[in-house]
Design a binder for this molecule. Structure first.
Ligand code: ZN
Length: 724
């Protein structure tokens, strides 16, 4: 599902889809400084805005949860789709025709236009809900009523009725101007020998929607014995919009709670989702006609944000599966083997007594019983191991050994060694067998199953959150609460920077540890400003200064040192010659992507944050440059609704003032870094007893001081630079 769309087309979509315009469709944006907009983050729960958008660069970043990226990354996350889908969604919205690389999946996509198929689904949904109230819809209403759902609840979940007969829906859709091909491509009609006919007939229906509420397909339950389709439940077949392994019923309704709680409940049926929500568990969703798989896990992960730094920080994110029936243990075991341990450590299982599904549980015992079911969920591995052991009579030696032999292959599949050992000890204790015996058995299976150990160099999630937890100190919380941050500056200066530094601790190599662990704020800010300048205004950077005065060692902050190298790699040709920083007229996205590519995942949050960081100088003239670049009127408080497509994502010619300001920022940082070296050399000089070395050091110090003086003369306004 990736790539395959022609590169030029992707760039055309990017040009047309103005980031402020796209974002402001779901987020209320307010101007927060020059060329900058802020709003409440749609991806985490917050009361004060920390979601920043910089349309001129086409970059967004949330200072609260750390997510960020370009316009496609925004749509990917908003709609829970992959890159290719995000491009198609925006292409539809901005009327751009896409072309596909030959020999790729493109042929599958050459059906009807995506937007038309969405319309077919919306009309079909209208048709079904209207018919729920018809005379014939009585059977469906009874089916829903029997499960104790009210009319209002049925409406909330979009429950509908597909009437019996072969052409009710197709005739209706034809009257709305849809072609037969569009009906078939949307999966609501089939091609028969005498023309098209309705696929859903005489069934209760549920709309299956994406995270932003667009109907992608339907699920339908059998009502009548003479139904020509045997299956109790049927779904829309896979179409351009609907892929059963990528949809979750109820996601549109559950999305907000899932994000707020970092928690999702996965049930097995449509009425189970309804029962959960009605009982107050509003983060419940269901897979549609398929088992929970990798694609689902990806969507879930994006929503509970366990793939970014803050998700790991907040910890406590959870995925709770409810299983009903005897096969619960087996189903759970299946899940346990499929996913990696990062996902599994936060996976829980809830099984109701007497094989009740959530819908029946609510019917028999009420809302409280449903809530209780979720609250008493057990960790997946514990559940699997315990269920397996429970099949044996462990009062006797032979039973205990058999239980161990049954459990060992399960424990052996845990890739994370530290987690595996915890389970070994648990099993040993439960069965009163020595841990060494259990461990030997597990190792034997591990070898025969060829289980790879999880990368020991990647810090374990739990380990990481423990290390990082001091970041959210009480002092930080007080500052944040007292200051009520409103501008990007407030947020960045008070908490974000510090977090960035601290997060960096995990990434720094040995040489960066200890002595320079605490980077003083003044130095950090100076370095940060230079990095923000070279990312946002590379055309204003004096390349002589950049290449001759700065090295990675000039940066005390490890992230910035690595970013410096990444930027230089991005500014180097494939043959190793220096290409240089971007020039006026060069593509902004190309620069942004080159730096991201060279920086890798470890730097991606830092890069996005620096891209939206407001530069603290020269506001008046910059605003003119911004207007030039993005075509947004300065008077408006909100993002201009039709600010689209007038902008060109190319670097404008920098103003003289910009060049001066960027130059000064760089000189100040060099000065700061020279200052640090002087101080450390002076310290060495005091400590040494070797006279010759003292003289050498003094010489070096004098040279450095001269360099500093020269720098301060070069500065345009000759300002004295700061250093302690
Ligand atoms: Zn956020």
């Amino acid at each position: 599902m990736t790539g395959m769309i022609k590169h030029e087309d992707v760039e055309r979509v990017r040009q047309a889809a103005d980031l402020a315009d796209v974002v402001s469709r779901t987020v209320q944006l307010k101007r927060a400084g020059t060329g900058e907009y802020m709003g409440l983050c749609p991806f985490h729960d917050e009361k004060t805005p920390s979601f920043a958008v910089r349309p001129a660069l086409g970059v967004w970043h949330c200072f609260g949860c750390g997510l960020g990226g370009d316009v496609f990354a925004f749509v990917e996350r908003r709609d829970g789709v992959g890159f290719a889908d995000a491009v198609e969604i925006l292409a539809d919205q901005y009327g751009i025709t896409l072309h596909y690389e030959k020999g790729t999946e493109g042929h599958r996509r050459q059906g009807s236009q995506r937007s038309r198929l969405l319309q077919v689904n919306e009309e079909t949904q209208n048709f079904f809900t209207q018919h729920l109230m018809s005379k014939e819809g009585l059977a469906a209403r009874q089916e829903i009523g029997r499960r104790n759902f009210t009319k209002a609840q049925a409406e909330y979940f979009g429950v509908g009725y597909a009437p019996r007969g072969w052409n009710n829906l197709t005739n209706y859709l034809a009257s709305k101007g849809f072609t037969q091909k569009e009906m078939i491509d949307a999966g609501v009609a089939r091609q028969g020998s005498r023309g098209v006919y309705d696929y859903f007939r005489g069934r209760v229906t549920w709309p299956i929607r994406d995270a932003s509420g667009r109907t992608l397909g339907f699920g339908a339950r059998k009502l009548y014995d003479d139904d020509t389709i045997e299956a109790k439940y049927i779904n829309t077949p896979d179409t351009q919009l609907y892929h059963k392994e990528q949809v979750l019923y109820g996601l549109d309704l559950a999305r907000k709670t899932i994000i707020a709680k970092h928690s999702i409940v996965i049930v097995e049926g449509y009425t189970d989702v309804m029962a959960m929500h009605c009982a107050g568990v509003t983060n419940a969703v269901a897979t549609c006609g398929t088992a929970f798989g990798f694609e689902h896990a990806k969507i879930v992960r994006r929503l509970i944000s366990d793939d970014n730094a803050l998700g790991a920080l907040t910890g406590g994110s959870s995925v709770i599966f409810t299983f009903d029936g005897d096969a619960a243990g087996q189903k759970a075991a299946l899940h346990a083997f499929r996913f990696d341990s990062a996902f599994l450590t936060q996976t829980y299982v809830a099984v109701a007594h007497d094989n009740l599904d959530p819908c029946d549980l609510r019917l028999k015992e009420g809302d409280a019983a449903v809530q209780n079911l979720i609250q008493t969920a057990r960790p997946l591995f514990t559940f699997v191991v315990d269920t397996t052991m429970s099949h044996f009579d462990t009062r006797f030696e032979t039973g205990r050994v058999s239980a161990m032999e049954a459990v060992a292959p399960i424990v052996a599949r845990i890739r994370d060694l530290s987690m595996m050992d915890a389970y070994v000890r648990r099993v040993a204790q439960k069965l009163s067998i020595s841990p060494d015996t259990v461990r030997a058995e597990v190792r034997r299976f591990r070898r025969s199953l060829r289980v790879r150990d999880e990368n020991p160099y990647l810090p374990d999630r739990r380990e990481r959150s423990r290390q990082e937890s001091p970041i959210e100190t009480a002092a930080d919380a007080r500052i944040t609460a007292a200051a009520q941050p409103k501008t990007v500056h407030d947020i960045i200066d008070r908490t974000y920077l510090r977090r960035l530094i601290e997060l960096d601790v995990n990434n720094r190599s040995q040489e960066w540890r200890s002595p320079r662990y605490r980077v003083p704020d003044s130095i950090f800010l100076a370095e940060q400003l230079v990095m923000a300048c070279v990312l946002q205004l590379p055309t204003a950077v004096d390349e002589t200064l950049w290449t001759q005065q700065l090295t990675a060692q000039s940066f005390s902050t490890a992230s910035f040192a690595r970013l410096f190298d990444a930027i230089n790699r991005a500014a180097t040709n494939e043959d190793g010659t220096w290409k240089g920083l971007p020039k006026p007229g060069d593509s902004i996205p190309q620069w942004y992507h080159a730096v991201h590519r060279e920086g890798g995942i470890a730097l991606s949050e830092t890069i996005d944050a620096l891209c939206v960081l407001p530069l603290p100088f020269n506001l008046d003239e910059r605003s003119a440059a911004d207007r030039r670049a993005i075509g947004v009127s300065d008077q408006s408080d909100h993002a201009h609704p039709d600010a689209q497509s007038t902008h060109d994502l190319r670097f404008p010619t920098p103003t003289d003032r910009e060049k001066t300001d960027v130059g000064n920022a760089m000189r100040k940082m060099v000065d700061v870094s020279l200052g640090i070296r002087v101080t450390s050399l002076q310290k060495m000089m005091r400590q040494t007893t070797d006279e010759q070395q003292k003289i050498n050091l003094l010489q070096e110090i004098t040279n450095l001081k001269k360099q500093r003086e020269q720098l301060s003369h070069e500065a345009f306004d000759g300002q004295e630079t700061v250093v302690g």
